[in-house]
Design a protein around this ligand. Structure first.
Ligand code: UGB
Length: 616
């Protein structure tokens, strides 16, 4: 350290009570000459916040000095990236931890009831009308993917958006999302008259855990066909982890000169869209809607056009997409909350809060299924459609701040120690909490088979879910793709055989024919129906892969594997007649077989291509 810096550090130090320094943090005190005046201020702040444990292991000056300075760099970043700095973070944490310890109900004063919303039935007239309306709106839309999560529950080491959505083609989630947006853009721009945006932008919120790998995935695949300028990455900062109810900052288990950090939650997306100026830009060019979505729902785009149509037709400022929910299923419930003072709001109540809230407000059995076999509260799938002008108005007032919560896992009933460190979090679906009661907040319910099959749970946890509840694993996520495509083709008039049952990684699943198509082949039901002609049939053992746009199935009888490649010039390709071969089969792979790649092991099978026909 330069001598003048040492002198100013010493100057700062001289304003402190030396006895306090020595008694609170003797090892820090020994190292004081290493620190700049700013770092001394940060050190004082930490001691004032009762964080002296961070210095207990600090060695004598001359040992690990670079690490000590790096520690203060990190403290400076954590302090700067949180509104109000670390003092504010720790103050809020102490308050929320005290509430959690006391078992305080965050919904005190509110009574839950079942809200009303739009319930869609796939393929009927109203669904088709909503889809048409949605396709027209699509080019005034922007998509926001929240992809900063660690995927701890899945136990996968890569980024989740790089996982194959199904192993028949190996298409990864990110590619599928981008191709779906491009298909929507192409159809919407073709149908819409007049000026306005001609590209649908995609923003991806990343975190330190996912940022570089997401960028690399995009760059090494030429942005999956999208213009690189159409995609923007915004990175959320992590927040400090906490070790106890006094909000003691947690040390990184790998590095004792670092604070352990974790993502702050998907709620950060609102402040980032606001502070980056992106929302203003969108409003300026006449965009009307933002669709928020999560990283691993392969069915996402099956219901997006219709849901956008619902938003536009009903004038919803906020439209939460939902599915029927099994009681205690680990997805939030959309709930109407009425306060004693008359305030009401329609909001997601997270799965760990719904049961206690119901029990505390006159439902002694808590979160249970009704006679329909489902919870009366629709399940939030965290796909939100928000109308931009009122959204920007609201964020101009709040800056995008979302109410935080803490969810410590206690070691025992005394609630004095945690099993592992915790942190403050915020959720994107909590945005409507600050809206006035007059805001038009609605929701759209679709069948689960159509709209929701996330990949969240590792095989062992998935195999343990209560019977009848969804696995939400890589296995069930892939099977859901085959099921949805089979049911859509059935509705379009194709005779598709019933599924067979198989067990992979301890999970019993329905295996439908492996039917997959590129989004540009068919994004809406009307589009798909127009591409199926005559009497077509597909047997249970079959696989069909449709690449290209202008492919028509005409009197096709498939019993085996068929790969169809459309032409680049858009010329019609008609495929029909009888196709019979040995097809593609599943080979079991044990989850514990470490010789197989992780993305194969977590689904419990690989596909062996025995025989197929390729057309043309
Ligand atoms: N995510 C971020 O981008 N940043 C973060 O800091 C954290 C997550 P999870 P979660 O679909 O069944 C949500 O972990 O939070 C991204 C809803 O809250 O998969 O447990 C992350 O990358 C819940 O109401 O889910 O639960 C991922 O894309 C219900 O809808 C997304 O946020 C549930 O999802 C969700 O993160 C569900």
């Amino acid at each position: 350290m330069a001598s003048s810096a040492v002198e100013s550090a010493a100057g700062s130090l001289s304003r402190l009570n030396i006895d306090d320094w020595v008694s609170a943090a003797p090892n820090l005190h020994k190292n004081i000459s290493l620190l700049s005046p700013q770092q001394v201020e940060l050190a004082k702040m930490l001691l004032g916040l009762n964080q002296s444990h961070l210095f207990e292991h600090w060695p004598e000056p001359g040992i690990s000095d670079d690490e000590k300075l790096a520690f203060f760099d990190q403290i400076a970043r954590l302090d700067a990236s949180y509104p109000g700095g670390l003092p504010s973070y720790i103050k809020t944490a102490r308050e929320l931890l005290a509430d959690s310890k006391a078992g305080k109900n965050p919904f005190d004063g509110f009574t839950p009831s079942v809200p009303s919303g739009e319930v869609l039935t796939f393929g009927n007239d109203s669904f088709i009308q909503y889809e048409d309306a949605g396709v027209h709106e699509a080019r005034k839309t922007a998509f926001v993917l929240v992809a900063g999560g660690l995927g701890e529950r899945l136990g996968y080491n890569g980024i989740k958006v790089a996982l194959p959505l199904e192993s028949t083609t190996g298409t990864c989630f990110l590619q599928h999302y981008i191709e779906s947006i491009l298909a929507l853009q192409e159809t919407s721009c073709r149908l819409s008259q007049g000026g306005g945006p001609t590209e649908i932008p995609l923003v991806i919120m990343t975190s330190d855990d996912t940022h570089m790998r997401t960028l690399k995935l995009l760059e090494s695949n030429a942005y999956f066909g999208m213009n690189s300028s159409q995609i923007r990455l915004i990175k959320q900062e992590k927040v400090a982890c906490l070790d106890d109810n006094d909000a003691k900052l947690a040390m990184d288990p790998q590095n004792k000169f670092r604070i352990q950090t974790k993502p702050h939650g998907h709620g950060d997306v609102h402040s980032l869209l606001y502070s980056s100026g992106i929302l203003k830009e969108w409003l300026h060019v006449g965009r009307k809607w933002v669709v928020f979505f999560q990283d691993t729902n392969g069915l996402l785009f099956k219901g997006i056009a219709a849901s956008l149509g619902v938003s536009a037709t009903k004038g919803y400022q906020v439209n939460s997409l939902a599915v029927p929910r099994k009681a205690k299923e680990a997805i939030g419930g959309i709930t109407k909350l009425t306060h004693q003072d008359g305030r009401t709001m329609v909001i997601n109540v997270e799965y760990n809060q719904l049961d206690p809230l119901l029990r505390a407000t006159g439902y002694p059995d808590g979160d249970v299924n009704s006679e329909t076999g489902f919870s009366p509260f629709p399940g939030n799938i965290n796909q939100l459609i928000i109308e931009i002008p009122p959204y920007l108005d609201e964020l101009s007032k709040t800056g995008g701040a979302i109410k935080e919560f803490v969810n410590p896992k206690y070691k025992d009933a005394t609630k004095t120690a945690f099993k592992s460190s915790t942190r403050l979090e915020c959720m994107m679906q909590d945005y409507p909490k600050t809206l006035p009661p007059a805001a038009r907040v609605g929701f759209t319910v679709m069948d689960t088979w159509l709209a929701y099959a996330p990949v969240k749970n590792n095989p062992e946890d998935a195999a343990k879910v209560p019977k009848g509840n969804p696995y939400h694993s890589a296995t069930s996520g892939e099977m859901a793709i085959y099921k949805v495509n089979s049911l859509i083709l059935r509705k379009a008039g194709v005779k598709v055989d019933d599924p067979v049952h198989r067990v992979f990684n301890g999970q019993e699943v329905e295996v439908w024919p492996r039917i997959v198509w590129q989004p540009k082949w068919g994004l809406t039901f009307s589009d798909i129906r127009s591409k199926v002609r005559g009497n077509c049939s597909i047997t249970a053992k079959s696989t069909i892969v449709i690449n290209g746009k202008s492919v028509y199935l005409e009197d096709l009888a498939l019993d085996g594997a068929l790969v169809i490649n459309g032409t680049n010039d858009g010329a019609e390709v008609k495929v029909g007649g009888s196709v019979q071969n040995k097809g593609w089969i599943f080979e079991d792979v044990d989850y514990k077989d470490t010789s197989a790649p992780e993305e194969v092991r977590i689904r419990g099978f690989r596909i062996k291509k025995v025989e197929q026909l390729q057309k043309p």
